[in-house]
Design a protein around this ligand. Structure first.
Ligand code: 2AM
Length: 509
């Protein structure tokens, strides 16, 4: 993408290459971020400036839409297909695709014998849980966990600011319910290997060794997620009851139907298990398992401990919320962490580490860390790592709701403060009548922070929820620059910090 973008910015683009180009752009993004679908917007505009012809208007996929990315994609695809079929009409000799005929499955599940070495015996990347402790007060509304794992072999290499990912598993009772709903009980303990039928699809690495159906369902099928539209397509193909079939058909093909489907499925966040329990006449053949059902996605968390420690720590917020359905919505990972990731019976889990977006400076320059709530997680890794090498000049500004309830790791910070390694301030937003936030602490300490940034080369890090916090924190730093430099706006100054990689942000929604 970078190369392509550089090419598009060239002053001397060869000839009129782009004047004959027809293009369409669909962005994938999340509107809770300030620069929502920025690359897609810029790309669309640049191509149009260069004389290329848009086949249809730009589409915006938005993770915040109640239908997920499909909310933008489905209407946009319709526009695109209409535009394309006008420009490239389908010859009369070709028969259009018959949507009522079920496509072949992409894979075949072939019965096989028990493998000689179950892959669980490969210890690399496997971790044993040693602690899963609630760190918010028992009467606080949020359940935030400190979770600690010890590697079976050795700690993978990582740097402070990096990310750990693991894939949660379904609860055994959920696995049983699913197998029963699908009528696949006879296969529960049979070993299967997966063969690709369609050349377009590769066998996922999870299936590298034979597994029982129970293990496949438990570790691969997302039973608690809201099903995708594809599931409804397969329920349509494989249901025998005319009324049920008609309903699925309407959901899939009409505008009113799509609204009905959203009201039933997406808005209340109905889970796959709940949906399957609501209908009775489907009989989905086992080979369609990977086509019809979505796989469990790995969850990523900022690593909250130093790479030099024996254990790898994470800070995890338990997700639980209500919709109009009677049962509260509990995420799959939440269930896994609450009920299966418990000492001493926790299964070994595979953890992979990857690069985060933030990294410590190479030098001993001061660091200013702004992390309300769970945003503090990567900073625990930063601080532990720097303390280990006796590097001082660590400035931490955190935020909680009530000091008694959710001021995370306060004792640990106190220890570092006493050792002279840490400057620590916390904004407790609800301990008084007026809200007190991290940006207030920044304002109150303007002289100190400015001296660190302007005269001592400090690096600034901001981590936390992507709502208005990152923007307001940046404005607080801009205001300091504006006041100290006596200029009209401090935006340019903070932009230059961003360009020097001295103002890094990691935010999520
Ligand atoms: P609140 O929920 O009381 O409004 C961690 O989530 C902390 O960040 C909470 O204390 C929360 O306060 C606070 N917070 C919420 N919105 C914020 C914002 N725009 N800027 C800074 N902190 C914010």
């Amino acid at each position: 993408m970078k190369l392509f973008w550089k090419f598009l910015l060239r002053k001397n683009l060869p000839g009129n290459v782009l004047e004959t180009l027809k293009y369409a752009v669909f962005g994938l993004g999340d509107s809770s971020y300030a620069k929502f679908n920025y690359p897609a917007k810029k790309l669309f505009r640049r191509l149009s400036q260069l004389g290329a012809h848009a086949a249809c208007p730009r589409g915006d996929g938005d993770d915040q839409h109640f239908l997920g990315l499909d909310g933008g994609l489905i209407p946009w695809l319709k526009l695109l297909l209409e535009a394309l079929s006008q420009q490239f009409p389908v010859p009369a000799s070709m028969t259009p695709l018959d949507e009522s005929v079920c496509p072949d499955p992409s894979f075949r599940l072939v019965e096989t014998t028990r493998p000689s070495t179950p892959d669980d015996q490969v210890n690399l990347g496997l971790f044993q849980l040693i602690e899963n402790r609630r760190i918010t007060h028992p009467s606080h509304f949020q359940d935030i966990r400190h979770i600690s794992f010890r590697p079976k072999e050795h700690m993978p290499e990582f740097s402070p600011g990096d990310i750990a990912s693991f894939t949660p598993q379904n609860l055994p009772e959920d696995v049983d319910s699913f197998i029963e709903l699908m009528g696949w009980q006879a296969f529960s303990d049979v070993f299967f290997r997966l063969e690709a039928i369609s050349k377009a699809k590769a066998v996922p690495s999870f299936f590298c060794t034979p597994k029982t159906l129970r293990e496949i369902v438990s570790k691969y099928v997302d039973l608690r997620g809201t099903p995708r539209r594809t599931l409804v397509e397969y329920l349509y193909y494989f249901s025998s009851d005319e009324l049920e079939k008609e309903k699925f058909h309407e959901w899939l093909t009409t505008a009113d139907g799509q609204e009905d489907m959203a009201a039933y499925l997406h808005r209340p966040r109905r889970t796959l298990l709940e949906v399957l329990a609501d209908f009775r006449s489907y009989k989905v053949p086992l080979d369609y398992l990977l086509d019809a059902f979505a796989p469990i996605q790995a969850r990523s968390f900022s690593i909250a401990s130093s790479p030099k420690n024996e254990c790898l720590d994470l800070m995890v917020g338990i997700v639980e919320y209500r919709t109009r359905l009677v049962q509260p919505r509990l995420g799959l990972a939440t269930q896994f962490i609450k009920h299966m990731l418990t000492v001493p019976d926790a299964p070994l889990i595979r953890i992979t580490v990857s690069r985060g977006t933030m990294a410590l400076p190479l030098s001993d320059a001061p660091i200013i860390m702004v992390g309300p709530g769970l945003g503090i997680a990567p900073f625990r890794s930063f601080i532990q790592a720097r303390a280990h090498s006796n590097i001082a000049q660590n400035y931490l500004i955190s935020g909680c709701r009530f000091k008694e309830m959710d001021e995370h790791y306060a004792d640990e910070w106190k220890k570092y403060v006493d050792e002279g390694l840490l400057w620590y301030r916390v904004a407790a937003s609800r301990d008084q009548n007026t809200k007190r936030y991290v940006q207030h602490i920044i304002q109150e300490n303007a002289t100190l922070l400015w001296d660190l940034i302007h005269n001592n080369g400090a690096h600034v890090y901001v981590c936390g929820s992507s709502g208005s916090m990152p923007k307001e924190v940046m404005e607080a730093f801009q205001q300091i620059a504006c006041d100290m430099l006596n200029v009209e706006s401090g935006a340019q100054y903070v932009d230059s910090l961003v360009n020097q990689n001295r103002y890094q942000q990691e935010t999520w929604s």
